[in-house]
Design a protein around this ligand. Structure first.
Ligand SMILES: [Zn+2]
Length: 175
């Protein structure tokens, strides 16, 4: 059974940059440890915007420029980058909350072999839940889980609400 780890948006802007929180800072070490110990397929998503962010629908609803491609805020947190050093992983840039490319890449890379998927990262109530539900929709026979200790939400309340929602959708929540 192949074990897939999806590390969602562990970028500076979501940790100690434009949209950083102390809860996000608090899970970095857990997430880095999880990545270090994972020796199978890893996908690393990057929230990716451009200079026209303010003109996008996301930008109109959330007028805080973040993850502009090429900036420090767009880069992975140093500790996460360090955990990935020497590992083979697939970088997945996405302009949306959930990545429509991610299920396609996973399908290609697993090539009919059985697999399970674990997600970690930021933010629980936006991009983690979006990707978890997209993966569940694409792979209804695959176990999808989320490690709550390696995720943080926009607020702790939203983090907990998203975990509950994912639990309702048969995504296993571990900690
Ligand atoms: Zn964004």
């Amino acid at each position: 059974m192949k074990k897939i780890l999806v590390a969602v948006d562990l970028q500076n802007d979501f940790i100690d940059g434009a949209l950083g929180t102390k809860e996000a800072q608090a899970i970095v070490e857990n997430a880095a440890k999880k990545i270090s110990e994972h020796n199978d397929l890893i996908y690393v998503t990057y929230d990716t915007h451009f200079e026209d962010y303010a003109d996008t629908l996301e930008g109109k609803n959330l007028p805080v420029a973040h993850c502009i491609k090429g900036t420090k805020g767009w880069q992975l947190n140093d500790r996460i980058q360090q955990a990935l050093t020497g590992k083979k992983y697939t970088k997945v840039e996405k302009v949306t909350f959930g990545s429509v490319d991610l299920p396609k890449l996973i399908k290609q890379d697993t090539n009919g072999e059985p697999f399970e998927i674990e997600l970690i990262g930021l933010c629980t109530d936006i991009c983690v839940v979006s990707n978890a539900l997209l993966l569940k929709a694409n792979f209804p026979q695959v176990n999808v889980s989320v490690d709550a200790n390696c995720c943080a939400g926009v607020t702790p309340e939203l983090h907990n609400a998203a975990l509950k929602t994912m639990g309702s959708c048969q995504i296993k929540i571990t900690e």
